[in-house]
Design a binder for this molecule. Structure first.
Ligand SMILES: C[S@@+](CC[C@H](N)C(=O)[O-])C[C@H]1O[C@@H](n2cnc3c(N)ncnc32)[C@H](O)[C@@H]1O
Length: 393
């Protein structure tokens, strides 16, 4: 596993703790991929034939495939193991983060902003779709504050995310944001956003690549979770990237109308309710300048997907505390954009590989292809990792 980029605020813990973290991460990846790869054989040769025998037809969607798979010993064991690995992963990071308080909180509080800024608003209410459960089983979720000026959930997320991804999103965990920013630049080379807003930034790992790709733009990032924006701001300053962090609800921000040229988000929508999503799209419409664009990176929708693949994607809804993932996967985003005020003709859906994982030319070809989301490569699998949905205003 490549090493995570160190910075002044990253908490990795002692030698033994770092070892335990590496073990939890590697074990999780092994269960997810190596043992997980066996699921397809089990489905094709045991579970689907048995389902057909009983029901006189194949499973019709991901939910039926999941129920049948989790009745099977292999499926049930895999599901239990991956859930346990996820808990082990957070448990491997927590002791170091808890020990670092309160000195760590004081260090963040004492930081002098040199490049960007931090604006907190204690009146921001965390929506229930965020506060009701520990998303991804992360203890305390994004928003919990145990003391004044608490930043620890941000530190837990930064280290935990890296271990969760097993390093595949790069040493700064920023491949998703970089992929999206590169798609925008390569598909629309004449589009030069001057003001960019990232919604639901958490600690800003996928926000900061926009500063590289659009160095002339003013970069803003918002999240409802105070510990995450505190940490994100400290992290950005430590990494030398100018970015303005705000504690705000993306459904109802305090920015002026038509403030931004480009509004983006990265894997935010599957963690919002359907009502919340609609409000965020409407707010994005209000905040965009005429001629501006919003583009939101997400996991793909499961409609039209084979039941086995839909089961794999949908598993997190039921077993990794992502209660709205399933709702997102069944949402017609085009209709939702129109309901929010965007013109149907201006709707965008792009599917792209991970930047850096494929040759540059191949990446550009996907980024520029009119039919990347519907063409021969489909919208999931093969090289495609990311789906981006949005609209021009
Ligand atoms: C999956 S995380 C996003 C991760 C981050 N964008 C990244 O790329 O790593 C979802 C984030 O969105 C935030 N969030 C959820 N609903 C929000 C809302 N209505 N307004 C602002 N932030 C929100 C959560 O607090 C959480 O930090």
């Amino acid at each position: 596993m490549p090493q995570q980029t160190e910075h002044d605020f990253l908490i990795t813990g002692s030698h033994d703790e770092a070892n335990r973290q590496a073990y939890a991460s590697t074990l999780r990846m092994h269960v997810l991929t190596n043992i997980g790869d066996g699921l397809k054989d089990v489905y094709d040769h045991r579970v689907a034939p048995a389902f057909e025998k009983t029901n006189g037809r194949a499973p019709k969607d991901g939910r039926e495939a999941m129920k049948a798979m989790l009745d099977d010993t292999y499926g049930k064991t895999w599901s239990s193991m991956i859930h346990t690995c996820q808990e082990m992963l957070w448990d491997s990071v927590r002791p170091a983060v808890e020990r670092a308080q309160p000195d760590f909180n004081e260090k963040v509080r004492g930081l002098n902003s040199k490049l960007g800024s931090l604006t907190l608003d204690p009146d921001v209410e965390v929506p229930r779709y965020v506060s009701a459960s520990d998303i991804h089983l992360m203890p305390g979720n994004y928003h919990t504050e145990r003391t004044d000026n608490d930043t620890s959930q941000g530190a837990l997320f930064d280290r935990g995310l890296y271990l969760y991804q097993g390093g595949f999103a790069g040493p700064l965990c920023d491949n998703n944001g970089r992929s999206q920013a590169e798609v925008i630049k390569r598909r629309w080379p004449d589009f030069r956003p001057k003001k960019i807003l990232d919604l639901g930034c958490t600690v800003g790992n996928n926000t900061l690549p926009y500063a590289d790709v659009f160095p002339d733009a003013e970069l803003h990032a918002i999240d409802v979770a105070a510990p995450c924006v505190r940490y994100g701001h400290a992290r950005a300053e430590a990494l030398g990237v100018p970015c303005h962090f705000h504690q705000m609800n993306a459904e109802d921000t305090s920015f002026e109308d038509e403030s931004f040229d480009l509004i983006v988000s990265c894997i935010l929508f599957h963690e919002t309710s359907r009502t919340g999503l609609q409000k965020i799209l409407k707010e994005s419409h209000r905040l965009l300048k005429p001629g501006g664009m919003m583009l939101h990176m997400e996991v793909p929708r499961t409609d039209g997907m084979d039941p086995y693949s839909a089961f794999r994607l949908d598993w997190d809804t039921y077993h990794n505390n992502e209660p709205f993932l399933s709702t997102w996967m069944r949402t017609d985003v085009g209709d939702a954009c129109v309901d929010a005020g965007f013109d149907a003709d201006n709707y965008i859906h792009i599917a792209a590989p991970d930047f850096g994982s494929v040759p540059d030319e191949e990446f550009t070809r996907y980024a520029a292809a009119e039919d990347s989301a519907t063409g021969t490569h489909g919208h999931w699998g093969e090289l495609v990792m990311w789906n981006m949905y949005g609209a021009w205003k």
